[in-house]
Design a protein around this ligand. Sequence first.
Ligand SMILES: CC(C)(COP(=O)(O)OP(=O)(O)OC[C@H]1O[C@@H](n2cnc3c(N)ncnc32)[C@H](O)[C@@H]1OP(=O)(O)O)[C@@H](O)C(=O)NCCC(=O)NCCS
Length: 291
Amino acid sequence: MTLTFDPVLSHHAPEVVEFLTSNEWPFHGSPRLTAETAASVAVGGDDVAAFWVREDGRTVGLVRAFDLDDVVEGSPLVDLRIAAADRGRGVGTGALTWLTGHLFANFPAMHRIEATTRGDNVAMQQVFERCGWRQEGRMVEAWRQADGTRHDALTYAILRRESSTRSDRSSQGPRVYDAEPMRPRPGRPNGRVIVPTEHDPPGPAFFEWELRAQEWSDEHPHDEWVYVLEGELHVEADGVGVVGTTGVLIRVPAGSRGTYRAPVHARILSVYGPRSSLAVDPHGVLRVLGS
Ligand SMILES: CC(C)(COP(=O)(O)OP(=O)(O)OC[C@H]1O[C@@H](n2cnc3c(N)ncnc32)[C@H](O)[C@@H]1OP(=O)(O)O)[C@@H](O)C(=O)NCCC(=O)NCCS
């Protein structure tokens, strides 16, 4: 599974409401949200960071961190919401692993991160355990649902040193990252993506893709390193055009819109990163040459 994480921006408000109202949240205070209550869920501001969880460009979750205005004295909190159809597939584990690493990497003064979950939310407890978070307490009947029923609230936390020990441990020895099969994706070139999600600090994303009498253009905030595995690839960016054949490496600088054209065929390995935000430009354009 390849997950990417995109910041929730202010103009995403309708998408946030749509995501929150089209799924049920059985372990939150209100399992079903109206458009009005969904619109009041904080996804921006100085003390909140919110990210879409995407799989191949498809939204599968929304994760948030709060209380980021006091990372020295306080303990920021996190909240995970995975789309109902995508629960139980490892998305929550991937998302919490990424969010934990992202927060410690981006807030150097942050000492610990906390979360609270309902006593019967077994899936969330499993996710915490799998991600190395520690259960710190059970507050008996402290959780009151909107319908008045009460549940125990469990508190979890992870310290910076616990998180870095985990990532140190996981970085010892070689590690294999699953590569999905090459496959056509609507509006995108045939290809596959490998994003090592748990790495802290974030490393690059890797794409193997091909063009057959096609042209792809996209924009990206990071350098993209394009290695031609086979064929002939024409690349243009900032008004400069180059041609690469098998074994040639081309860099498209950060901030440019790159156009990649294969008059006949090219198979390419792209290395792009750090992939802290968008790994794939959702506005990229695929064109069949001659059409
Ligand atoms: C809780 C939630 C974030 C977990 O994410 P997820 O993607 O469903 O969980 P994962 O697929 O990563 O599963 C992690 C573990 O939990 C287990 N699990 C998943 N769903 C489960 C369930 N309903 N009951 C018991 N165990 C479950 C998985 O088997 C896995 O354990 P394993 O590795 O030992 O097999 C997600 O289900 C969700 O968004 N639920 C609704 C919102 C919510 O409750 N958020 C938490 C607020 S604190």
